[in-house]
Design a protein around this ligand. Sequence first.
Ligand code: NAD
Length: 353
Amino acid sequence: MTGSRRLLVTGGAGFIGSNFVHYWCEQYPSDHIAVLDNLSYAGNRSNLASLDANTNFRFVQGSISDRPLIEELLNDEAIDTVVHFAAESHVDRSILNPGDFVQTNIVGTFTLLDAFRCYWEARDKPNDYRFCNISTDEVFGSLEDDAPAFSESTPYAPNNPYSASKASADHIVRAYFQTYGLPTLTTNCSNNYGPYQFPEKLVPCVCTSVLTEQPIFIYGDGQSIRDWIHVRDHCTALDKILSSGKPGETYNIGGNNEVKNIHLVHKICNLLQELVPNLTVCPHYLIRFVADRPGHDRRYAIDATKIQTQLNWHPSISFEEGLKHTVQWYVEYKDWWLPLLNRNDLTPIHLKV
Ligand code: NAD
């Protein structure tokens, strides 16, 4: 696309969405961004507050399941690019309340996608419009320790309601390219870390537990492996895919950082000891092993060869550097995360990996 773009970013008040919106406004100040987010427990309006004075930014509180609202937004904002982050995103909550995940991740994605298709068709199918569906590596299921990493042709084998709902959405998006020719892109990214992540997820959970002297709960033996990428590297990958990705294709995104959960927890504890010299407890002593999550995937690993070779994208933030900055962020921004701990409108989950 030449000239400036007009983006609809769903879920832009969440962790990755808000990092993406800040990234995009820095890189492309003349582009227009409308954020649609229903401010679920994971959405935080304050993540975007610094953009409120920007005339190219608009925030709308609402749901991806609200078709009339989406139609109005697409038309009013003359959107040409949808970047779809909005989701229920926590595996433990999907085990407790699977219906919420079906409603948001499947029905919500369908509602947004179909509204965009009709809008695109009504405008004579511009070939530079894009619908970018942000998915996850979890759709591929679990890997044995010695198995090759997930590639774009690895069959889907989701093992929990979260990953099954994301896999369903991916299939619907694929079908809209095959059936209607809608210019879709799907990305399957590995575990992200960075600022603004809700404190129920592993990295902020460990930081906030230590800083409030609470136990750190680890599933099973802690030997599960995740492949970590800094959220800013995820944003640069999405930038490449939006500008040069081929419609109808899927792209794996990963940072090539496979780490066992227990090793990651110890690394974060070490960093906290270094960054907060006056800790009154030894963080490592807060670790508690608890019964494993049902259907817990053992290992995820992403083979990102396709995006590296076809789009010349490479992650630029080393795990050591990115993790240190991230831990430092949670140390500095206690005002951001403290009110989010133990919210009484949330079903408590003590298994947080
Ligand atoms: P998040 O839970 O932090 O944010 C989700 C956002 O979506 C929140 O702001 C929430 O308010 C909003 N939302 C929820 N339901 C909505 C609805 N019905 N309408 C409008 N907005 C709604 O999640 P995240 O970690 O930022 O993940 C964003 C996307 O990236 C998700 O689709 C997730 O599956 C995917 N993903 C995440 C990771 C990761 O490591 N976090 C990795 C790969 C892919």
